[in-house]
Write a protein that binds this ligand. Structure first.
Ligand code: ADP
Length: 178
């Protein structure tokens, strides 16, 4: 089925959306959300939060690079990074929509808190939630790292470029061609 992208008519300002996250690393669940989200806006900015408090496995540069590689085929998706308040970054980029994903019920409470706080900080910016794709509802970056550490197959859980880097980082596998 060909999905037609919603696009603003000429003369109407384009709708810019931001999909923020830690992406340590990007998973197929994130990619699915990016694909579906990109149809809802004229331009989707995937924004990598530095998030040093979470002691990420990959640096911000690495996470950004993996995202750029994996989203290169989406014509209206760009990848950027930010530090500090999301609503300030959104305002600076002219974005009025924040995209987040909801997997199980356990995501709901945290996401609700964040969305309400962001609305209080800037009522002109709306958070939009997309349900996780059914095959990705239990997929998280943390789980992928655990599975690969224990020798499991993650090829259905992350794009090939991410699997390659994960193997190199966590298993010390020789970095051959991807
Ligand atoms: P954060 O630290 O901001 O939660 P993540 O990279 O873990 O960063 O997630 C970014 C967003 O993507 C969150 O809204 C999260 O709920 C969503 N997300 C994470 N994994 C999936 C998945 N498998 N399917 C759909 N959405 C997901």
């Amino acid at each position: 089925m060909k999905i037609t992208r919603f696009a603003s008519p000429k003369g109407v300002s384009p709708v810019i959306g931001i999909y923020p996250g830690t992406f340590d690393p990007l998973t197929s669940g994130h990619l699915d959300l990016i694909g579906r989200g990109s149809h809802l806006v004229d331009r989707l900015i995937v924004a990598v939060l530095a998030n040093e408090a979470k002691h990420p496995l990959f640096s911000m540069e690495e996470r950004t690079e993996m995202l750029r590689e994996a989203t290169a085929h989406f014509p209206n998706v760009e990848v950027d990074s930010f530090n500090g308040l999301l609503v300030q970054f959104a305002q600076a980029r002219g974005a009025k929509l924040l995209l987040r994903g909801i997997r199980a019920v356990s995501d709901y409470e945290y996401e609700l808190q964040m969305a309400l706080m962001n609305r209080r900080l800037n009522p002109n910016i709306e958070t939009v939630f997309l349900m996780a794709g059914e095959s990705y509802s239990f997929l998280s970056s943390r789980m992928v790292k655990e599975v690969i550490r224990l020798g499991g197959d993650v090829s259905q859980m992350v794009p090939p470029n991410v699997e390659h880097r994960l193997r190199a980082r966590l298993l010390g596998a020789a970095a051959g061609p991807e």
